[in-house]
Design a protein around this ligand. Structure first.
Ligand code: FES
Length: 198
C-alpha cells in the first residue's frame, strides 16, 4: 500500500466484480452462482459493511467481495491446509501476528481467523499493492519447490502462507490484512464491521 499508483490496473480488474476463483477445476463449477453474490447498492457506498453469503462456498474454494474499494477474499480452507500452518512458523516474519494493525484482535491466532476453516483477507500485497495469486495446493511450485499452499505475489515474488502470513526474505514487510468482520450465522459474514458495532 506504500504506492497506490503501482498497480491500479490490476486492482481495478480485481475489484470490478464479485468473482469466484480457486484451485484447479473448480472455477467453472462455481460460475452459476456468481450473480447472487453481487454486492448490494447499499454495500457499494463508501465504507458500508458488505454481507457475504458463503452458503455455496465449497471446501478449497475462494470467493471475492468488494469492501471500500478493496478485494476481500474468503477461502474455505481444507484440513490439510490448516494442519501445515504451525510447521511454517520458523520461515515467517510475523508468525504470531504481533503486528497488530494487520488483523483485528480476534484474528490474532494460529489461523488468523474467527473460524479456522474460513479465512477472510484483503487481497492486496503489503509490499506495493499488487494482487497476490492463490496457489492453494501443497505441491512444488516454480517459485518454491517445497510449497505448502498460500499466496504468491508475481510483482516482486513475495510469498504468504494460507493464513496470509508473509515469509522471511521477501519484499513484503507484513502479513496480509485481515479486515474486521463477524458471522451473522453459519452462511453469512458481515465484512467491515465488528460484532456489536452496528
Ligand atoms: S507488490 Fe511487490 S511483492 Fe507484491
Amino acid at each position: 500500500m506504500a504506492n497506490d499508483g503501482v498497480d491500479m490496473g490490476r486492482r481495478r480488474f480485481l475489484t470490478a466484480t464479485t468473482a469466484v476463483v480457486g484451485g484447479a477445476g473448480i472455477a467453472m463449477a462455481a460460475i452459476p452462482f456468481i450473480k447472487s453474490w453481487q454486492p448490494s447498492a447499499r454495500a457499494k457506498t463508501a465504507g458500508a459493511p458488505v454481507e457475504a453469503d458463503i452458503s455455496k462456498l465449497e471446501l478449497g474454494q475462494m470467493v471475492m467481495f468488494e469492501w471500500r474499494g478493496q478485494p476481500i477474499w474468503i477461502i474455505r480452507r481444507t484440513q490439510a491446509q490448516l494442519d501445515v500452518l504451525s510447521s511454517l512458523d520458523p520461515q515467517l516474519k510475523d508468525p504470531k501476528s504481533e503486528v497488530t494493525e494487520q488483523q483485528p484482535a480476534f484474528a490474532k491466532n494460529e489461523y488468523r481467523s474467527e473460524k479456522p476453516e474460513l479465512f477472510v483477507v484483503v487481497g492486496i500485497c503489503t509490499h506495493l499493492g499488487c494482487a497476490p495469486k492463490l496457489h492453494a495446493e501443497l505441491k512444488p511450485e516454480p517459485f518454491d519447490p517445497d510449497w505448502k499452499g498460500g499466496f504468491f505475489c508475481p510483482c516482486h515474488k513475495s510469498r504468504f502462507d494460507m493464513a496470509g502470513r508473509v515469509y522471511d526474505g521477501v519484499p513484503a514487510p507484513t502479513n496480509l490484512v485481515v479486515p474486521p468482520y463477524y458471522f451473522i450465522d453459519d452462511n453469512h459474514i458481515m465484512i467491515g464491521e465488528m460484532k456489536g458495532a452496528a
